[in-house]
Ligand binder design. Structure first.
Ligand code: DX5
Ligand code: ZN
Length: 229
């Protein structure tokens, strides 16, 4: 199968109703989500605490698309096995979260998941340039990680474009995360991102009782992104 570089919308369940995660996931998938983005945070690498491997395992049966797990924890390595066992399809580790990024990526692939690398805004692309064969996705952060609802950082558009040039024809997804909405989606799509994470811009105004709003929100982001290609 050829590598899928079409635009994929990945709702971040950080903005969902945490008392209702299974139903929220089913609702956004029914409304057109391509991937489900999950944000474990440790209160140490980032100033917020969210979910651990048990919750990821609990939501797994509700995810019919692709479970994309963005680890914001340090150290990462001791937990990779648990998040893989919980059923993650992609495990993304932050380049800043440990001294041996390559070892972390080997652990992820060794545990049977796809391996992503997240780069904070001040972390240059050099961190991944020499290990592209060991990476399935590069996540260019467009905010400081930790919270949803922050403003997109437009200086990152050029970084996405440089990442696209670096990746070339390799089968590596380029993901963006933070402040993605119908206004910012075209900028990053044009620059070469194919996986757009969006939390507040997907869940805003909707609920499991009004899921069509999720559909409108997802469509607005997708249409804006595809319109820029
Ligand atoms: C923040 C998380 C994001 C967050 C994005 O650290 O990585 O996935 O949910 O939220 P929005 O789309 O609201 O910026
Ligand atoms: Zn995220």
């Amino acid at each position: 199968m050829s590598f899928d570089r079409s635009i994929k919308i990945a709702p971040s369940i950080l903005s969902a109703d945490f008392a209702n995660l299974g139903a929220e996931i089913r609702a956004v998938e029914a409304q057109g989500a391509d991937w489900i983005h999950v944000d474990p945070m440790d209160g140490h690498f980032v100033p917020n605490l969210t979910i651990g491997p048990n919750v990821v395992a609990a939501i797994r049966p509700h995810v019919k698309t692709f479970m994309d797990v963005h680890l914001m924890i340090s150290p990462t390595d001791p937990y990779i096995g648990d998040f893989a066992k919980a059923g993650s399809d992609m495990i993304t580790v932050h380049a800043e979260a440990g001294p041996h990024l390559h070892r972390s990526l080997q652990s992820v692939r060794g545990a049977g998941a796809k391996a992503g690398v997240a780069l904070n805004m001040t972390t240059p692309l050099d961190h991944v340039a020499d290990i592209l064969d060991d990476i399935d996705m590069i996540l260019i952060m467009t905010i400081n990680p930790g919270f949803g609802g922050q403003k997109f950082t437009s200086a990152m558009v050029d970084k996405v474009a440089r990442c696209r040039a670096l990746v070339g024809d390799r089968p590596i997804h380029i993901q963006v995360d933070g402040g993605i909405d119908p206004t910012t989606a075209p900028l990053v799509a044009k620059a070469g991102a194919d996986v757009l994470v969006a939390g507040s811009a997907v869940f805003r105004g909707g609920s499991v009782d009004a899921p069509e709003v999720y559909g409108e929100n997802i469509r607005a982001i997708r249409d804006a992104a595809e319109g820029a290609l």
